[in-house]
Design a protein around this ligand. Structure first.
Ligand code: NDP
Ligand code: HSE
Length: 419
């Protein structure tokens, strides 16, 4: 018998307990052993969770229990979770976590600490999609050329509802929270940080890059309006929050931001809470992964798969998939050097000569305009909706700061990159 202690019995933890019970026969057949939850740790012991496991509010009850073989960390957060996981590993217990924020900051230290104690984290990226397995094992013969994906279920759910049903941002965010998709602090979702945490994990496996969230370009969906959505519709695009990792010679660019994507593209058709990831390897070509990116059961499916895997082998693979330097000389591309096409929404006073002055500033910043559209936004103001040819991030940022200083530009221009 293998005994599990779960630290954090909320949305995902509750589903882990239920799956281990509902699917016990198939799970023990696959694991070769019975798996039981010995105890779970929560903050609030008074909450009714409808579970028949022993609950405590003291992590020591799990960490100091010599009968517990695997600690499943599902409490979230960074530093407190780091301490818990370190203690578990140091006492020789295997660890399974779904905590991408923890891994975004401490994955390399955890790899060092874990050594050959099993440490698994499949649920940390893209919920139920086995993307860590695919990248770390299935594609391990390849140099990874790019990874591009919808990595946050909450944002994809929100953008889908805002686009297809015109639902207001705040209403749809509340829905995503009620459905158990959002992080405890939903700013992590809508601000792009959660997707960035996941991208950093994938980039470590693919390239061995040791970057922190602060080192990469992260933007969310908070500034996207119905104006942008209708521009997108008019020009055959949809707007999605994407995580992008791309190798270019000895540089890797890592970025998370909203993107305008041509509506015919496969990734543009991934709607609702679903995640979708394209990984291109130099030998295998493009591979695609699709599935539920958030929610209790989908995420717990990946957590339980890791528990089964540990039961089978008891050993860890190298946690990040390599244990000697990989891809020597690869460095992170500076944000300012990233190249893209861009869309800008500029709210201006509707006066003679304004358009000419705006286009002159594009020229001054070496940015070539591809398409332009004007939409009245009030009696005396208008939105200029402009798309560009390929440009460099540095020039676009300079353009935006020149534009926002103009007295006839009413607010900071909104920019969305075009993929
Ligand atoms: P919840 O907020 O639903 O659950 C967190 C659980 O941890 C709760 O049971 C809470 O107790 C407990 N907890 C929090 N802090 C402490 C503490 N200091 N001591 C003891 N218990 C504590 O979160 P989720 O289940 O949604 O997420 C858990 C982890 O899984 C997070 O890292 C999240 O990022 C990750 N994840 C979540 C996904 C999802 O779709 N929800 C998908 C993929 C990953 P109490 O219930 O008493 O408040
Ligand atoms: N809040 C995350 C999301 C949970 O919406 O994608 C899954 O990691």
């Amino acid at each position: 018998m293998l005994r599990v202690g779960i630290i954090g019995v909320g949305t995902v933890g509750t589903s882990v307990v239920n799956i281990l019970k509902d699917n016990a026969a198939v799970i023990s057949a696959r694991a070769g052993v019975d798996i039981v939850v010995k105890s779970g740790v929560v903050k609030n012991l008074n909450k009714d969770r409808g579970l028949d496991i022993k609950l405590t509010d003291n992590v020591d009850d799990v960490l100091n229990d010599s009968e517990i073989d695997i600690v499943v960390e599902l409490m979230g957060g960074v530093e407190e979770a780091f301490e818990v996981v370190k203690r578990a590993l140091k006492s020789g217990k295997a660890v399974v976590t779904a905590n991408k924020a923890l891994l975004a900051y401490h994955r390399y230290e955890l790899q060092e600490i874990a050594k050959d104690i099993a440490f698994e984290y499949e649920a940390s990226v893209a919920g139920g999609i086995p993307i860590i397995n695919a990248l770390r094992d299935g594609l391990s013969a390849n140099h990874i050329e790019s990874i591009m994906g919808i990595l946050n279920g909450t944002c994809n759910y929100m953008m889908t509802k805002m686009t297809n049903d015109g639902v207001a941002y705040d209403v749809v965010l509340k829905e995503a929270q009620e459905l158990g998709y959002a992080e405890a602090d939903p700013t992590f979702d809508v601000g792009g940080y959660d997707a960035a945490h996941k991208l950093l994990i994938l980039a470590s496996i693919a390239y061995g890059i040791d970057a922190k969230p602060e080192d990469i370009l992260i933007e969310g969906i908070q500034n996207i309006s119905q104006d942008d959505i209708s521009f997108a519709k008019e020009f055959g695009y949809v707007i999605k929050l994407l995580g992008i990792a791309k190798k270019d010679k000895n540089e890797v660019e890592l970025r998370v931001h909203a993107c305008l994507i041509k509506k015919e593209k496969m990734i543009a058709k991934i709607d609702g809470v679903m995640n979708g990831i394209s990984v291109v390897g130099d030998k295998v070509g493009e591979t695609l992964y699709y599935g539920a990116g958030a929610g209790g059961d989908a995420t717990a499916s990946a957590v339980v798969a890791n528990i089964i895997d540990i039961a089978r082998s008891g050993k860890s693979k190298p946690m990040l998939g390599f244990d000697r330097p990989m891809e020597a000389g690869l460095v992170l591309k500076p944000i300012q050097n990233i190249e893209s096409k861009y869309y800008l929404r500029i709210n201006v006073s509707d006066k003679i000569g304004v358009l000419a002055k705006i286009t002159k500033i594009f020229e001054d910043n070496s940015i070539s305009i591809e398409a332009i559209l004007q939409r009245q936004s009030s009696k005396d103001s208008a939105n200029l909706l402009i798309s560009t040819h390929m440009a460099v991030e540095r020039d676009i940022q300079a353009l935006i700061s020149s534009l926002e200083k103009l007295e006839f530009v009413n607010s900071k221009p909104v920019m969305i990159r075009i993929v």
